[in-house]
Design a protein around this ligand. Structure first.
Ligand code: GDP
Ligand code: IMO
Ligand code: MG
Length: 432
């Protein structure tokens, strides 16, 4: 059985959590392969009696909400252990069983000094800041690449942990005290904090790469769930306004230990319009009433930081780029319901950069900053579409919008979101 990856096509918050939850009952494992608690996935689970429960997940894969699914935190993730246990306790208190959770021994942990460094670096950058979530993500990945990171397995050998924290602090304390004029950290305090989680973490820790490959050998279904998205990917995104991990389909392999040859379905989640949190270029951004309309109608406020999300029209150049970079087999088009009530719905089909038309992402980031959207205007619809369950249930103009977006985006649209609930979904082609 092949592994399936779910990735974000834009700048995050496309509705990956809902899509993962939707597929939950058809899969055996759900793996988070990148990022950490910078992610925020809101999942609305409707009960049989019509009552619905809302969950906000950050570090745990969204599949944790489906009974029987084994949730896995892969080696590509950076873990804030206090957040991990807070999230587990929060779910347990609401009756969600988290006992199947498995955590990679090779995943890195976010130490207190990296949370601190994330915040002070942003302050130091001033107008050049990235607008990070302040969770210590960037500095922890930097340590990993710099080979001074602390891994989950280090927590179980006090001597090794002591030596590694000492090594890291030799550098980090210099930066904190001499560049940022802050207080340094003591080795003992950092070691003590990390060690305090060791006993509770131990039973969850294993070689998750082996676990997942063995599951695939047994014909079980493994779903890999990305945090963040294509344009926030450290290689393929709008660098430097990106996160520090590989959020694209390639990252699903390096971040889980599942080889590329076992991955043959790549599902990209794409919003029917575009949003972005934090700094960086965004060609279709709307700074007027129309942007406010999308923010209000789509409730575009960050799940993690509560920041209002920047909003703009659908950008087909970005969707095509995501289809290419990830090898997308299916798109899930989310939040189509949010566009209801517009006279016309603009879709960006290409960019004008200083008089030159670009049908693909400009090579140069400066050109992307200067990109002016070339819009096609499609007729809108007024009918409530939240009850639609088949493509034919959608009004003709909504159908035409989906068809045009599909033509422009380079892969078929298999599922359409018409509301936040699990059932508020139109399946055109079943995904699994
Ligand atoms: P993620 O980070 O990609 O998992 O997305 P978020 O959870 O941060 O943001 C997506 C938001 O849209 C959440 O509040 C979802 O409940 C909501 N959502 C997902 N799909 C739909 C949809 O089709 N329609 C509407 N109205 N809301 C949706
Ligand atoms: P989900 O998984 C939207 C953005 C931050 C900032 C940049 C770097 O919910 O789609 P970081 O703290 O990662 O170093 O911040 O990336 N960012 C997100 N934006 N959705 C996310 O996750 C994000 N995770 C990080 O706002 O611009
Ligand atoms: Mg989110």
């Amino acid at each position: 059985m092949p592994a399936i990856a779910i990735i974000g096509a834009q700048w995050g918050d496309e509705g990956k959590g809902k899509a993962t939850d939707l597929l939950g009952s058809n899969v055996d494992y759900v793996v988070k392969f990148n990022g950490g608690n910078n992610a925020g996935h809101t999942v609305v689970v409707s009960q049989e009696d019509g009552h619905s429960e809302k969950y906000a997940l950050h570090l745990l894969p969204s599949g944790i909400l489906t009974p029987g699914v084994t949730p896995v935190i892969g080696n590509g993730v950076v873990i804030d252990l206090s957040v991990l246990f807070e999230e587990i306790d929060g779910l347990n208190a609401r009756g969600v069983d988290t006992s199947l959770l498995r955590v990679s021994a090779n995943a890195h942990v976010i130490a207190d000094y990296n949370r601190q460094l994330d915040k002070v670096t942003e302050r130091f950058l001033g107008s050049r800041r990235i607008g990070t979530t302040g969770r210590g993500i960037g500095p922890t990945y930097a340590d990993k690449i710099n080979r001074i990171g602390i891994r989950v397995q280090d927590l179980f050998d006090e001597k090794i942990l002591q030596a590694k924290v000492e090594g890291a602090l030799e550098l980090k304390n210099q930066i904190l005290t001499k560049i940022y004029n802050r207080r340094g950290f003591t080795v003992d305090a950092v070691v003590e904090e990390l060690r305090s989680y060791a006993a509770r973490l131990a039973p969850m820790v294993c070689d998750t790469g082996l676990l997942l490959n063995q599951a695939l050998d047994r014909d079980e279904v493994v779903l890999l769930e990305a945090g963040q998205a294509t344009l926030l990917d450290v290689d393929h995104g709008t660098y430097p306004f990106v996160t520090s991990s590989s959020a694209t389909a390639g990252g699903a392999c390096t971040g889980s230990g599942i080889p590329p040859t076992r991955l043959d379905q790549i599902i990209a989640i794409v919003k029917a319009y575009t949003t972005r949190v934090g700094e960086g270029p965004f060609p279709t951004e709307l700074l007027d009433d129309q942007g406010e309309f999308l923010r209000k109608a789509g409730w575009e406020y960050g799940t993690t930081t509560g920041r209002p999300r920047r909003c703009g029209w659908f950008d087909a150049v970005i969707a095509r780029y995501a289809a290419r970079v990830n090898g997308v087999t299916d798109f899930v088009l989310t939040k189509l319901d949010v566009l209801t009530g517009l006279e016309q719905v603009p879709v960006c089909v290409a960019y004008d950069v200083d008089g030159v038309r670009h049908d693909e992402m400009p090579v140069n980031q400066t050109d992307f900053h200067h990109a002016v959207p070339i819009y096609e205007y499609l007729p809108g619809w007024w009918e409530d579409i939240s009850k639609a369950r088949t493509f034919e249930d959608l009004p003709a103009n909504a159908q035409a919008y989906v068809k045009r977006v599909e033509e422009l985006s380079g892969a078929r649209i298999s599922v359409i979101g018409v509301g936040p609930g699990r059932h508020e979904t139109v399946v055109v082609h079943p995904l699994i």
